[in-house]
Design a protein around this ligand. Structure first.
Ligand code: NDP
Length: 293
């Protein structure tokens, strides 16, 4: 089995981003600036934001974090997002999700300038992705494609099953795998909690991308010999350990390639955020008249 090593690929991508940042500073005299907005005290979000801050530091992107009280009003949050969208000093904007109850994430995301939308969640970017136009793509699924690319695992002409239909992972993942682009061109099925006989659907797949959030739901009997699995799931077990949506140990002699958890998709998400920030910077500086293209 080929181990798809997300840590290694992410380190390689971060190094390339660092080189790009150095070149942009030489060319334009200024590093890219990423604004990160964290609302409330969600412990997981606080950890993710610290990772993102650290990654920015490592590659030379200037990050500025807004740590806002969970009691902030919708109106005040929208005002901040509008200001950041209009600010010439900010190249990328990331609103850390989930927001505390009472705040409307969709309304907030729609206020982010699509050209600064480094998470690829703005409806304009979602629409552009779905019709095959250049856009900023959601970091986790885009990170999955970069993993496939690195190892030359092309899904073109193959059957791919994405388990999960969330807006941040499952749906954009399916779009990218089905896109008429290198490391797309798969025949894609999206499964979810109402899919009857998930095992039978998965057994048809050459590529399986579980994004479910249920520890070890994908078992040996659900996987065709030789399949490629990229496990997006990240689950904390009672003993504190992390595991994916796939029964990893039981599958090592069945699959042809698989990501571990941790050390698979997770590091790619943050590295892709860094490369999206570079793309956002370039689009605004080098083709300011173009809508995200
Ligand atoms: P959501 O909870 O938003 O979506 C989960 C999806 O799984 C839903 O579409 C749900 O179906 C489906 N599902 C749940 N149970 C089953 C089941 N028994 N059979 C088939 N489908 C099922 O989660 P996210 O998309 O946000 O995240 C998914 C996983 O990926 C989580 O473990 C999360 O922690 C991880 N993640 C990892 C990242 C990384 O960087 N590695 C980044 C983002 C997420 P339905 O729609 O019907 O409810």
């Amino acid at each position: 089995m080929l181990l798809i090593d997300g840590k290694k690929v992410a380190a390689d991508l971060r190094q390339r981003v660092k080189n790009d940042v150095d070149a942009l500073v030489r060319q334009h005299g200024r590093a890219p600036h990423l604004a990160v907005i964290l609302v409330g005290e969600d412990p997981a979000s606080q950890v993710y934001v610290r990772y993102k801050e650290k990654a920015c530091e490592e590659v030379g992107i200037v990050s500025r974090i807004w740590r806002l009280d969970g009691g902030i009003t919708q109106c005040a949050l929208e005002k901040l997002l509008t200001e950041l969208s209009h600010s010439d000093d900010i190249d990328g904007i990331l609103l850390q999700l989930p927001l505390p109850r009472g705040l409307d994430a969709s309304r907030c995301l729609a206020l982010v300038d699509p050209k600064k939308d480094v998470d690829g969640f703005h409806p304009e970017n979602v629409g552009r992705l779905s019709i095959g136009l250049p856009c900023l793509k959601p970091c986790t699924p885009y990170g999955v494609i970069k993993l496939l690319e690195y190892y030359g695992l092309s899904p073109a002409g193959k059957r791919a099953v994405v388990v999960g239909r969330s807006n941040i992972v499952g749906k954009p993942m399916a779009m990218l795998l089905a896109a008429a682009s290198p490391f797309g061109n798969a025949t894609v099925t999206i499964c979810h909690s109402r899919t009857p006989d998930l095992a039978a659907v998965c057994r048809e797949a050459d590529f399986i991308v579980p994004a479910i959030g249920k520890p070890r739901l994908i078992t040996r009997d659900m996987v065709k010999p030789g399949a490629v699995i990229v496990d997006v799931g990240m689950n904390r077990l009672a003993d504190g350990k992390l595991c994916g949506d796939v029964d990893y140990e039981a599958l090592t002699d069945v699959v042809s390639a698989m990501t571990p958890v941790p050390g698979g998709v997770g590091p790619m998400t943050i590295a892709t955020l860094m490369s999206n920030t570079i793309e956002a910077y370039r689009w605004r500086r080098e083709a300011p008249a173009c809508p995200v293209a």
